[in-house]
Ligand binder design. Structure first.
Ligand SMILES: [Zn+2]
Length: 245
């Protein structure tokens, strides 16, 4: 048996290797943990328990398909999902994070259901891949939110999200719809070098300070109808001519 073969930044995993994992990983890190319903249910049971117990490290975990996921979960403290894979829809509806949350390099294979999600601290999602789209209506992020180099392969639905802190979408790629319908940005937001493959919708959004679009590329139209700009058109920095309101 021995311990799990997963390592991250030179640090190993202390869980016991799972006999059914060909790569010698534990049941939480094994990409085979969704093949057996009882095993999958056990992984989720442990995940939900750890989430509510204190700081939780889910780095590199493989989350199998589940009907409830982290719906309504209350994360007691800081949590890391870096390098995780959510193989089905990632259900975080009504989830509450009471500490900083890290999703760097995580992969969402299905739809990320983030409606009414609340982050009391910051959110880091650098290089995160959202393959199946994102829904985040009614959510709120209190601290800094960093989506540098994130890849949105499905529709990026940021409509109705309230960003209270600084937001960074530098070098992010929006392959499909980038929807910021009614999104509220209290602080600065940066889209430096971002690519909007199908344009963007900022309809009814509120830009409370500055939105910097240095090097951002729009391959489709940009909809600014009803947008509130705290500093008028001076709120929008370095935006290419054809994307301006
Ligand atoms: Zn492990």
């Amino acid at each position: 048996m021995g311990t799990c073969s997963y390592t991250k930044d030179g640090k190993g995993c202390s869980e016991t290797a799972w006999s059914r994992c060909a790569e010698g990983k534990c049941v939480f890190h094994s990409s085979a943990n969704g093949e057996d319903a009882a095993v999958a249910a056990g992984v989720w049971k442990t995940a939900r328990l750890r989430a509510q117990s204190g700081p939780a490290d889910f780095s590199g975990w493989h989350f199998p398909v589940d009907d409830s996921g982290f719906m309504g979960a209350n994360f007691a403290a800081g949590v890391s999902f870096s390098g995780c894979v959510f193989s089905g829809d990632a259900r975080f509806l009504n989830a509450q994070f009471n500490g900083d949350a890290v999703f760097d390099g995580a992969v969402f294979r299905g739809l990320a259901r983030w409606g009414h999600i609340v982050f009391s601290g910051g959110l880091s999602a650098r290089g995160t891949v959202w393959s199946g789209g994102l829904q985040s209506g009614g959510g709120r992020i209190a601290g800094k939110a960093d989506f540098s180099s994130a890849r949105f392969r499905g529709d990026a639905g940021w409509g109705g999200m309230h960003f209270a802190g600084r937001v960074i979408f530098d070098q992010a790629v929006f392959m499909r719809a980038a929807v910021f319908l009614g999104t509220v940005f209290d602080d600065d937001v940066s889209f430096g070098g971002a690519q909007f493959k199908q344009g963007a919708v900022f309809r009814d959004a509120e830009i409370g300070r500055l939105a910097d679009f240095s090097g951002a590329v729009f391959h489709g139209p940009c909809n600014w109808a009803g947008v509130t700009l705290a500093r008028g058109h001076d709120s929008l920095l370095n935006l290419v001519e054809h994307a301006r309101p």
